[in-house]
Ligand binder design. Structure first.
Ligand SMILES: Nc1ncnc2c1ncn2[C@@H]1O[C@H](COP(=O)(O)OP(=O)(O)OP(=O)(O)O)[C@@H](O)[C@H]1O
Length: 459
């Protein structure tokens, strides 16, 4: 099976007003090759007294500035959407310290108002729109409206204090993670909304974004307090092939409690955020290390990593957007992000389009149904011919003795055919019903087995 490393793109935002006013300087720099990030790393003083050294890390891409269209291009979203339409599970994951620009990159600036689903700006209307609205626009440009090839359904969840909440149905909280052979890990009872066109998809995105938990602290006045995942499911209309999907993950940012002066409920939120990011770091470290890769990977230590199992070392295709602040004040956090991103680059996935299991029962039922329909048609045809013959004037049927004899025997033969067809219709109908019952029993049995398997896995 082909392996493929997680793709990593680094985005360095510009210094903000507060940082400039404070006199912070830029401590990282993207070089002209648009792949390398240079930074001044502190080291223990050497004999000549030097305390820092210029280092560089290379990624699949690196950019700075505020141009959203550049991020869209560099992320190769069009190709990723094509992959998802083909049946792959694609994930785009924004990672970085609080205030580093994850939400700006995924959604857009605060000035873009998604608070009213009806009035939400459509992609193309605003150059500052982030990756998600742009990807929604691109998807429907590719599919056309209405789409003839795929259905599009969307879900939007947040992971807040280790509880999964449905952002499209705010009453639906603390949802459970389940597992089944066909889909792997999934969130039970998570609402999936049909999107017929880009306006529907943007309205869904706006509704979920409005319901996200946002808080304010010293490093970011609109800080995400939860990890959010918007997923587009893309089943084919002809029911052939696997259902692809594309997930947009906007992680909450790690933060230093001392600096954000966090207390009370916010302190609890931050501890949960930091803990799940810590587990994410452990999972990435284990997967990035060829000696540990084959051993135990601690996915089960947090819901976030369980949700991302397929994207990290699994069968999906993943792009990580590592967001960084350039401010010298946050050099430590930025170096953490860059080293995390560098490890993530070594994580290998094995992207495959899952082959739908061949359901022989279903195929047999389909064949029987087709036979039944053609027999019914034939039957109706024969009946018509039969009725027509029976109503023909007697004169014409008694034209000659022998022709009357042959017509009579033909009718008798036809009636025998009809009787035979009726009998075989009934037999097919009965075996069809029996197969349906058997199929239902097998499905119930399979669900029971999956539950047992899932519970034993949980233990
Ligand atoms: N590339 C950029 N260009 C201009 N402004 C940016 C850029 N990235 C981020 N910003 C601004 O910086 C601030 C923080 O960004 P954002 O809220 O996206 O950070 P975040 O990483 O999502 O933070 P948190 O983890 O706390 O939610 C916002 O005011 C945002 O508009």
């Amino acid at each position: 099976m082909m392996t493929e490393n997680i793709q990593v793109l680094v985005r360095v935002r510009p210094l903000n007003e507060a940082e400039r006013a404070r006199g912070d300087h830029e401590c990282i720099h993207v070089t002209d090759d648009c792949r390398t990030v240079q930074f001044v790393a502190p080291v223990a003083p050497d004999r000549r007294g030097a305390k820092s050294v210029v280092k560089a890390l290379t990624f699949d891409g690196a950019l700075c500035g505020s141009q959203q269209s550049e991020v869209f291009r560099a992320s190769k979203i069009t190709q990723l959407l094509r992959d998802a339409l083909e049946g792959y599970a694609v994930t785009i994951l924004a990672y970085g310290q609080t205030g580093s620009g994850k939400t700006f990159t995924m959604t857009g600036p605060e000035s873009l108002d998604y608070s009213d689903a009806e009035q939400a700006p459509l992609p193309g209307e605003h150059g500052a729109a982030g990756l998600i609205p742009r990807a929604l626009g691109e998807l429907f440009t590719m599919l056309g409206t209405p789409s003839h090839s795929h259905f599009v359904r969307a879900s939007y969840l947040e992971l807040y204090n280790e509880a999964i909440n449905d952002l499209l149905n705010p009453e639906s909280t603390n949802l459970q993670l389940r597992w089944q052979a066909k889909t792997g890990v999934f969130v039970e009872n998570l609402l999936q909304v049909d999107c017929e066109g880009v306006a529907d998809a943007i309205a869904v995105f706006a509704e979920g974004t409005r319901n996200r938990k946002v808080g304010s602290h010293l490093l970011n006045k609109d800080s995400s307090r939860s990890h959010c995942i918007m997923t587009l499911y893309l089943p084919r209309k002809d029911l052939r092939g696997a259902e692809g999907r594309i997930c947009f993950v906007d992680l909450a940012g790690s933060e230093r409690l001392m600096e954000t002066h966090t207390t009370g409920e916010a302190l609890k939120e931050t501890s949960h955020i930091n803990k799940s990011l810590f587990v994410l770091g452990n999972v990435i470290s284990a997967l990035a290390d060829p000696r540990k890769r084959a051993g135990h990977i601690p996915y089960r230590d947090s819901k976030l990593t369980r949700l991302l199992m397929d994207s990290l070392g699994g069968e999906g295709r993943t792009l990580m957007l590592a967001c960084c602040s350039p401010s010298s004040l946050y050099l430590d956090e930025t170096l953490n992000t860059l080293h995390f991103a560098s490890r993530a680059k070594n994580v290998q996935n094995r992207p495959v389009v899952p082959q739908p299991a061949v359901d022989t029962q279903a195929m047999l039922i389909q064949q029987l149904q087709a036979t039944l329909v053609s027999l019914q048609e034939e039957n109706a045809c024969l009946k018509l011919r039969n009725d027509a013959r029976a109503s023909e004037p007697a004169a014409s049927s008694t034209h000659t003795g022998s022709s009357s004899m042959s017509a009579g025997s033909e009718i008798a033969a036809l009636l025998a055919d009809v009787r035979q067809l009726r009998t075989s219709n009934e037999l097919i109908q009965r075996s069809h019903d029996a197969l349906l019952r058997e199929n239902q029993q097998l499905k119930t049995k399979l669900e029971r087995l999956e539950k047992v398997f899932y519970h034993s896995e949980e233990k």
